[in-house]
Design a protein. Structure first.
Length: 280
């Protein structure tokens, strides 16, 4: 049950319900606030290890991903800004060549996050730039504080996004806006990110955690089986054409009638009872 230990990625477990034993929400914090939680090799390895653990851990039903808030500054110094993640750690690009980068960026932790079969929510407070925007785009749902900023500034380094933004960002905001973000590297404030479909909700910073945890609790109390199948079906919309996608949905919808949770859910509704899921 214990999550993998790491100096740069912390995982806290929160019960989904105070009354019922229905499992946990894992809250993963990328913890390098002095470097705006930039994704170095240690963070990526730890993130991948948490995803592997999460997949195996039946009782952990929802993953929330966030970044650590800034530390108090030393006397007389300016505080560092709030960040979800300010991108890949640029210092690790110095002197790196094609083979090193190919190895580091193929099958990386952002893909592991994307591939998780369980629901994932990005809780964004501050900069979500480059790899940070991509970590957020790899989650199923994004909720941001109103002081957050999104962007793909890799163009300013003579680069393009490398953790999937050219694909996943495009699916969220559309072809024109994705081009604009990738080509200009401009920052997109939270309200605009909301308007263009990049984030689901924008709230005041002091409401962020409760908004996300309430959503995670609501999601976590549903049937894990139905959540897993629903996630697979929505994801199919990204890879399949409409006709094949609808056929796929019909097939897995029918399959669900062999599941225990379907019988429990329907029985509970018609008998005015509360569903107690098997979560298988
Ligand atoms: N990689 C490595 N270190 C990073 C980083 C990154 N992506 N983003 C920020 N940092 C570090 C800074 O070097 C600085 O470290 P230091 O205090 O030890 O010198 C610290 O985080 C704070 O950042 P700083 O730039 O001083 O904060 P700021 O408020 O002046 O600016 C940003 C904030 C986000 C605008 C700026 O840090 C930035 O542009 N970061 C890079 C964003 C980026 O290009 N991401 C894509 C990478 S592929």
């Amino acid at each position: 049950m214990n999550p993998p230990e790491s100096d740069v990625v912390n995982v806290e477990l929160h019960p989904i319900s105070e009354e019922d034993d229905v499992g946990y929400i894992a809250c993963l914090t990328i913890d390098r606030p002095d470097k705006l939680n930039a994704l170095n090799a240690d963070v990526m390895a730890s993130l991948k290890a948490v995803c592997a653990w999460m997949e195996e851990e039946e009782n952990v039903r929802v993953l929330v991903v966030t970044g650590a808030p800034p530390n108090a500054p030393p006397e007389g110094k300016r505080a560092k800004p709030y960040a979800f993640v300010a991108g890949a750690d640029i210092t690790e690009f110095v002197g790196a060549g094609r083979e090193t980068i190919r190895e580091r960026f193929t099958d990386n932790a952002v893909e592991a996050l994307w591939d998780l079969s369980k629901p994932t929510i990005a809780m964004v407070d501050g900069f979500a730039l480059g790899g940070g925007c991509e970590v957020a785009c790899s989650c199923d749902i994004r909720v941001a504080s109103d002081r957050s900023t999104f962007g793909t500034p890799e163009i300013n380094l003579g680069l393009i996004p490398g953790y999937g933004a050219t694909q996943r960002l495009e699916r969220l905001v559309g072809y024109g806006k994705a081009h604009e973000m990738v080509m200009t590297g401009d920052m997109v404030p939270a309200e605009e990110a909301h308007r263009i479909g990049l984030v689901n909700h924008v709230v005041a910073p002091e409401e962020l955690k409760s908004t996300v945890m309430n959503m995670a609790r609501r999601i976590g109390s549903k049937s894990s089986h139905a959540l897993r199948v629903g996630k697979r079906a929505v994801r199919a919309a990204l890879d399949e054409g409409l006709t094949d996608g609808v056929a796929y949905e019909a097939e897995i919808f029918a399959e669900m009638f062999d599941s225990e949770d379907q019988k429990i859910g329907v029985h509970a509704f018609v008998n005015r009872e509360k569903a107690v899921w098997k979560h298988r």
